[in-house]
Design a protein around this ligand. Structure first.
Ligand SMILES: C[S@@+](CC[C@H](N)C(=O)[O-])C[C@H]1O[C@@H](n2cnc3c(N)ncnc32)[C@H](O)[C@@H]1O
Length: 221
């Protein structure tokens, strides 16, 4: 992302340390500083609310590691639920349009983690981390929490993201934040359409961010 606007968060010591913790988790720098900046801000707002944190689509844990570092997670009384197949996109839960666009080809190569062990090891420094292995929507029933303050959806395909939104939205506390990673991302137009539709059914609008992310705040009523 290029901008002429102020990006001095890049020099903020907490941002620098948290972004570095993300790199440590992923063993790579995805160069997505502004998206991490948005995620850290969302988490800093949500941590003041009642309710747990949830991420659907964890991979090696870049963003969630950065968040736990920034929030000093062991000092918090919340659970952080981390849902993923830890084996890439589940072909049963993609649309025909996504399949035709070649989404399953992203399972090839080494970007998606090929097992949960390395992920457990990465998150082992933190308490109250609940790693749920399996495909969303099937794994949603394993999330045993009534209140959610922060929900990050980053599964790169629409059907599980829609299902997760429908599952968690009634559990979101007032002021809670839903962050969508792929909402306005180039090449993910069907995901945007699906999320606009499900958000519309819930009576909310999604803020489209220039990073490609989408943001929803649960307001009263
Ligand atoms: C872009 S990666 C997530 C990146 C992560 N948020 C980070 O900060 O690095 C997308 C992840 O979604 C997962 N995924 C895709 N479809 C899924 C499904 N139906 N259920 C669970 N996980 C899924 C993949 O295994 C992959 O790890």
């Amino acid at each position: 992302m290029r901008t002429i606007h102020n990006a001095d968060f890049l020099r903020d010591p907490d941002f620098v340390a948290s972004y570095a913790r993300g790199i440590q988790a992923a063993e790579a720098d995805y160069s997505f500083h502004w998206r991490v900046h948005v995620g850290l801000w969302a988490a800093s707002v949500a941590v003041k609310l009642e309710g747990d944190f949830v991420e659907c689509g964890v991979n090696r844990g870049f963003l969630s590691s950065a968040i736990m570092n920034s929030l000093d997670w062991n000092a918090r009384g919340k659970q952080f639920w981390l849902l993923d197949t830890f084996a890439g996109i589940d072909s049963r839960f993609v649309t025909d349009e996504e399949r035709a666009a070649g989404i399953l080809e992203r399972n090839e190569g080494e970007f998606y983690v090929g097992g949960v062990d390395v992920v457990r090891e990465n998150f082992s420094e933190w308490e109250r981390v609940r790693i749920v292995v399996g495909a969303v929507p099937e794994s949603l029933v394993e999330v045993d929490c009534d209140q959610v303050a922060y929900l990050h959806l980053d599964m790169n395909c629409a059907p599980p993201e829609v299902a997760a939104f429908e599952f968690f939205w009634p559990k979101m506390v007032t002021g809670g934040i839903v962050l969508l990673d792929d909402y306005a991302y180039r090449g993910y137009e069907s995901q945007k359409r699906a999320m606009d539709e499900v958000a519309g059914r819930a009576g909310v609008k999604i803020l489209s961010l220039p990073t490609g992310q989408g943001l929803i705040v649960k307001t009263p009523g």
